[in-house]
Design a protein around this ligand. Structure first.
Ligand code: HEC
Ligand code: HEC
Ligand code: HEC
Ligand code: HEC
Length: 379
């Protein structure tokens, strides 16, 4: 690998300008590894194979219009993809089997006892590999089957509370991530949307998306058709039915949890970062999500957001400069944020976070350029 060009020797931090370490650090690169959140390959069935379509036809139709479905096309060995693959020593034939690219741009499953990419970013990338929960998650009584969607929705009303509680617990234990598990959902999104591989970023790949959970989930990704197959509801329709909560309550929770998890993920990446170019980029993500958290705390203070705003300021002096103790310092900061997120999710349901509404409503739902063009959406 030839050395990438030296980054600018200075990076902006809130307390002034500080010099970055020398370019020799460019030689240290984190080895490629699978990420924390994404579905375990052994438990993946496949959207077609699992027949998600049979009971969730509108969700599947909608998904087929999204960038996630199309992300597989990125795995053609040409253009920028070829450039990044070459830089990481990934060959054309492993791009769609074992490559780290396909961890984020596709869904890997075991096919004929070998890993194979079976689709773009899929249902199971976000809801967890379905092998352990596919059969039970939609059964209102053991071994139940349905001939129509209407019959399925009707059977819901007959389920006993005990059965429901036991069903939700067992599907969770089997790795299912449901819409009311916002912390886990957000962790999954950000495990792909904040990139963890330095070599990849030095080859020119983005370090992160301009991600914000509420707007990025409420645009092209949203597929809330469970209660009414013809209407894409603004909040998950099943969740609304069960909790009786409002769209705005859910948006407030998404906004805060998304910001917490973005900060945690960026801190985790910063902990392992060694290269000045990457450190500058990932430091920027830490600063931006910390800024959003500070703003949210000022508008709707909670004990958890307040404690969280105290985590990053002591780190500003080292945020953009590599230090030997980075792993320890930033991993501890990430763990603290994770703990506060879990506490926040336990303590809040969005009713008391009205202060966030103006901030949330100021950011329009996010659609990819291609989705906008295909469906004539303006924003
Ligand atoms: C045989 C029908 C059936 C199939 C096949 C099926 N589902 Fe479901 N699914 C249901 C039912 C019924 C519910 C509603 C459960 C409830 O009332 O809690 C549901 C609910 C869900 C929910 C929302 C859960 C919640 O608590 O809000 C998700 C997410 C989901 N399914 C994902 C999938 C995925 C992904 C697949 C394919 C891998 C799939 N389902 C295949 C019947 C099915
Ligand atoms: C950690 C997850 C992750 C990994 C690993 C990853 N990507 Fe990406 N990639 C993304 C995300 C997320 C985007 C979309 C970024 C955006 O626009 O918000 C993206 C965008 C792209 C793009 C379009 C933008 C551009 O730079 O032209 C290409 C091409 C691409 N990736 C190729 C690859 C290849 C090839 C690999 C492996 C060598 C790879 N990616 C590995 C997450 C990842
Ligand atoms: C398995 C990795 C992965 C997960 C999990 C994931 N994404 Fe993505 N996402 C991608 C990749 C890769 C792209 C780029 C696809 C492309 O254009 O080829 C993308 C693109 C998008 C886009 C389109 C952006 C644009 O402007 O082109 C949105 C919106 C989005 N993701 C939102 C989300 C949200 C919200 C979640 C969680 C609920 C999520 N993603 C979870 C990998 C992932
Ligand atoms: C990018 C991640 C992602 C992908 C891909 C994805 N989901 Fe979801 N799904 C979510 C999130 C997040 C929610 C909650 C949405 C919200 O808060 O508005 C959800 C909600 C749902 C619901 C509840 C809908 C309701 O009205 O209550 C079902 C059912 C569901 N998904 C099934 C699927 C199926 C089937 C697929 C594949 C075709 C799929 N999902 C693909 C992240 C994803």
């Amino acid at each position: 690998m030839s050395n990438p060009p030296c980054p600018s020797p200075f990076a902006r931090v809130t307390s002034g300008w500080i010099p970055l370490a020398s370019c020799s650090l460019l030689l240290f690169v984190i080895p490629a590894r699978a990420d924390d959140g994404v579905a375990k390959i052994e438990s993946v069935v496949g959207t077609e194979q699992a027949k998600c379509q049979q009971c969730h036809p509108s969700e599947v139709d909608h998904w087929k219009k999204t960038s996630h479905f199309r992300s597989l096309a990125r795995l053609e060995y040409s253009g920028n993809s070829k450039k990044y693959a070459d830089a990481l020593g990934i060959s054309a034939d492993t791009l769609k089997t074992t490559s780290i690219c396909s961890d984020c741009h596709g869904t890997k499953a075991v096919v004929d006892s070998a890993p194979q990419v079976i689709s773009g970013v899929s249902c199971e990338s976000c809801h967890g590999g379905a092998k352990g929960w596919l059969k039970s998650h939609g059964e209102y009584a053991d071994g139940q089957t349905f001939s129509t969607l209407a019959a399925l929705r009707e059977a819901r009303k007959e389920e006993s509370e005990d059965h429901r509680v036991a069903r939700l617990e067992s599907t969770k234990a089997a790795g299912m991530i449901r819409p009311d598990m916002l912390h886990e959902l957000a962790t999954n999104c950000l495990s792909c949307h904040v990139v963890n591989n330095e070599k990849l970023i030095l080859a020119g790949h983005k370090a992160s998306s301009a991600f914000e959970l509420t707007s990025w989930l409420n645009g092209e990704v949203r597929h809330n058709f469970f209660m009414d197959a013809d209407k894409n509801a603004e909040a998950p329709s099943l969740w609304s039915d069960v909790h009786g909560a409002t769209v705005q309550q859910r948006n407030r929770m998404k906004f805060t949890v998304g910001t917490f998890v973005e900060l945690e993920t960026a801190l985790k990446r910063r902990a392992k970062a060694t290269n000045p170019t990457y450190i500058a980029q990932i430091g920027g993500v830490v600063a931006a999500s910390n800024g959003r958290l500070t703003q949210a705390n000022a508008l709707s203070m909670t004990p958890q957001t307040q404690s969280a705003t105290a985590v990053v300021p002591p780190l500003f002096a080292t945020l953009f400069a590599p230090m030997r103790s980075d792993d320890e310092t930033y991993s501890a900061a990430a763990a603290k944020i994770e703990e506060l997120t879990a506490e926040f999710v336990k303590q809040h349901d969005g009713t008391r976070l009205q202060g966030l509404d103006a901030l949330i409503n100021g950011v329009p739902p996010h659609y990819s350029q291609q989705f906008k063009e295909q469906h004539s959406i303006k924003n």
